[in-house]
Design a protein around this ligand. Structure first.
Ligand code: G1P
Length: 311
């Protein structure tokens, strides 16, 4: 008689390191991104990337590797001390803003490496091999801001610690939108927001989608991903796709799970969504929110009344 399968418990430790790929050219936002990295475009008064680093730090991922590229030096500058700005604010007695300027310097232990060529997300992640060592690690894409009041990454880290393997963040999308994302084939039902995944493909045509569940920019990956990336060929768009390497690992028997997210997410790489993110966060901003909301309500009334923007 064979022994019954032992009950799986949280025997592994949660991942402790985060990797943030920030090497993309940001062509969707050109010309704004000719000289300014897209990751530093402000969402009200904080660069998008600071939200991402703050999210990692909140989840106890204190070591953060940012993968940069040529033309992205301003990223390091943003997370460095800024004595001139700090002195000026100190002289003015603006303690609030001074604290906000210093926040980015103290968020996490930041490390940087450069991707030489724009060879895709998989290639960017491959640059993290030395940093990650033999431990699982999180990957947070700079375009996706997850509202800090909603939980995603923390749950993903817990699921990975419990079940091992790969964990991806998922959202439900409608219609043709799936062709902008990785698409997953479920291997079972969603239970407590977690779904087992059979396989996944990158940016399918809508008619080839495996489900309406799309991979968003949060991953927890095992160190085996680096070997899989080495075995992965370039994808349709001539880039090394992280999705393809994850599929390879799945075929090797590594478990893949998704955490389905239905909270607030802002894709700041998309101009429409970026504008929505700015407006939403401006409305909620502790200093600006009240006045801005009053103006916004008035402005919307004007649009409704005139069908245009004659203000
Ligand atoms: C990347 C991934 C894709 C994922 C998406 C989430 O695509 O390749 O699988 O769904 O991020 O934002 P990108 O947006 O870099 O083209």
């Amino acid at each position: 008689m064979s022994n019954p399968e032992p009950q799986r418990t949280a025997t592994r430790a949660r991942a402790r390191k985060a990797v943030i790929p920030a090497a993309g050219l940001g062509t969707r936002f050109a010309p704004a991104t000719k000289a300014v990295p897209k990751e530093l475009l402000p969402v009200v008064d904080v660069p998008a990337l600071e939200f991402i680093v703050a999210e990692a730090a909140r989840e106890g991922l204190d070591d953060v590797l940012i993968i940069t590229a040529r033309g992205k030096d301003a990223i390091e500058a943003h997370f460095d001390a800024a004595p001139d700005v700090e002195n000026a604010l100190e002289k003015k007695g603006d303690a609030g803003r001074l604290a906000r300027v210093r926040r980015s310097t103290d968020l996490a232990r930041l490390h940087y490496t450069r991707q030489r060529e724009a060879r895709g997300l998989g290639d960017a992640v491959a640059h993290a091999e030395g940093f990650a060592g033999n431990e699982p690690f999180a990957v947070l894409l700079g375009d996706d801001i997850i509202d800090e009041r909603d939980v995603l990454l923390g749950k993903m880290l817990d699921v990975q610690a419990e079940k091992g393997g790969i964990v991806v963040g998922l959202i439900e999308v409608e219609g043709r939108a799936i062709s902008l994302y990785g698409s997953i084939k479920p291997a079972g039902e969603v239970v407590d927001g977690v779904i087992p995944i059979e396989t996944l493909i990158e940016k399918p045509k809508p008619e080839e989608a495996l489900s309406n569940l799309a991979v968003i920019g949060r991953y927890v990956l095992p160190p085996e991903i680096f070997g899989a990336l080495r075995r992965t060929e370039l994808g349709k768009r001539g880039e090394l796709e992280l999705t393809d390497a994850m599929r390879t690992l799945g075929q090797d028997g590594v478990p893949i799970h998704g955490v389905v997210f239905s909270g607030r997410r802002y894709d700041t790489g998309d101009r429409q969504d970026y504008l929505r993110a700015v407006v939403r966060l401006a409305v909620e901003h502790p200093e600006l929110g009240d006045d801005f909301s009053t103006w916004l309500v008035d402005f919307v009334r004007t649009i409704e009344a005139t069908g245009g923007t004659d203000q």
